[in-house]
Design a protein around this ligand. Structure first.
Ligand code: NDP
Length: 289
């Protein structure tokens, strides 16, 4: 997933810190190997492995049906299994193994707050997807330190959720989705890349880290719409009705947009990570500047 939205930001950060990065990709190119090469020839000698691969769940041009669901699952679970097997089979295994999953693990609720220790993972398509994704990452007895980063909505320039929202908001046609009261778990892309880099470089980090900003539990979809509009100097008056979201994305996928979780990055902060963008207004100003 190194060629994707988060992967490009992480690659840039790692290279700026003097690391060498090789992507595992479906497409050939410089500093890349294919999934087939990985399966046949094994893992190249490396210090760490990160999985960021995954078919874009919120692609509005793909109908939510069985074929797309299978692709969403296999692009995450099978790639994770392939990497876990390559790590398990490596003569000289890497020291760290990081998988980025999602806060969809936790049950959407307007009130409950979730830390990394909270239960989840067993109530709908997305929560079960995260459970199988994280289970695929387990390598019993491996010396590689395992870290799972459960990410919220990644906000950044040139990709992700915000790229589809910028035009309506720039035209003053943006607004909250549905009631706008649902929690909006978010993280700036530099912080998600920063957390992954911290997990790779800090020998003491292990287990689950929530990849959301510290102010994320206090952010609703409506607050996000207002702050984005303010950052652009536009009004955010037009709510997008829930039925319209369901029509475009299908009822199951629409849950990701019309409901949300209050997620606290407890272990992330305890592990010593310092957020670059803890507040939404600062994060959005950086993105739309
Ligand atoms: P992107 O959609 O930008 O791309 C991820 C990469 O995954 C692509 O560059 C592609 O690499 C690879 N990929 C896509 N489809 C497939 C497929 N069918 N089979 C194998 N590989 C595939 O994702 P992001 O960078 O936004 O997200 C990275 C990870 O973080 C994903 O797993 C995502 O689920 C997770 N995440 C992202 C969030 C967000 O808001 N962006 C929120 C929460 C979690 P290539 O073409 O080189 O093979």
């Amino acid at each position: 997933g190194g060629t994707g939205f988060v992967g490009r930001a992480l690659t840039q950060l790692l290279r700026s810190r003097g690391h060498e990065v090789t992507h595992v990709s479906r497409q050939g190119g410089k500093d890349r190997i294919s999934w087939e090469e990985l399966s046949h020839s094994g893992l190249p000698l490396c210090d760490a492995v990160v999985n960021l691969a995954g078919e874009n769940v919120l692609n509005p041009f793909r109908r939510w049906g069985d074929a797309f669901c299978r692709e969403v699952i296999s692009s995450r679970v099978e790639t994770t299994k392939t990497l876990a097997k390559a790590i398990a089979d490596a003569e000289q295994p890497p020291r760290a193994w990081v998988v980025v999953t999602g806060v969809g693990y936790y049950r959407p609720s307007p009130t409950a707050e979730y830390t990394e220790d909270s239960p989840g993972g067993d109530f709908d398509f997305f929560s079960r997807l995260v459970s199988s994704w994280e289970a695929a990452a387990l390598i019993p007895g491996s010396p590689a330190r395992g870290v799972v980063v459960r990410s919220g909505v990644v906000l950044g320039r040139g990709g992700g959720a915000i790229s589809q929202m910028l035009w309506p908001f720039r035209l003053g046609l943006g607004g909250p989705l549905g009631s706008g009261l649902q929690p909006f778990p978010w993280i700036h892309i530099r912080d998600l890349a920063g957390i992954v880099c911290h997990a790779l470089e800090s020998e003491c980090v292990q287990g689950v880290l929530n990849g959301v900003s510290p102010s994320s539990p206090a952010t609703s979809n409506g607050t996000f719409a207002q702050e984005l509009a303010a950052a652009l100097g536009r009004p955010a008056l037009l709510p997008v009705p829930a039925w319209a979201v369901r029509t475009v994305f299908g009822a199951e996928r629409a849950i990701m947009l019309l409901e949300g979780q209050r997620v606290v990055p407890k272990h992330t902060l305890e592990s010593g990570y310092h957020f670059i963008f803890p507040d939404l207004s600062g994060a959005l100003k950086d993105i739309v500047a």
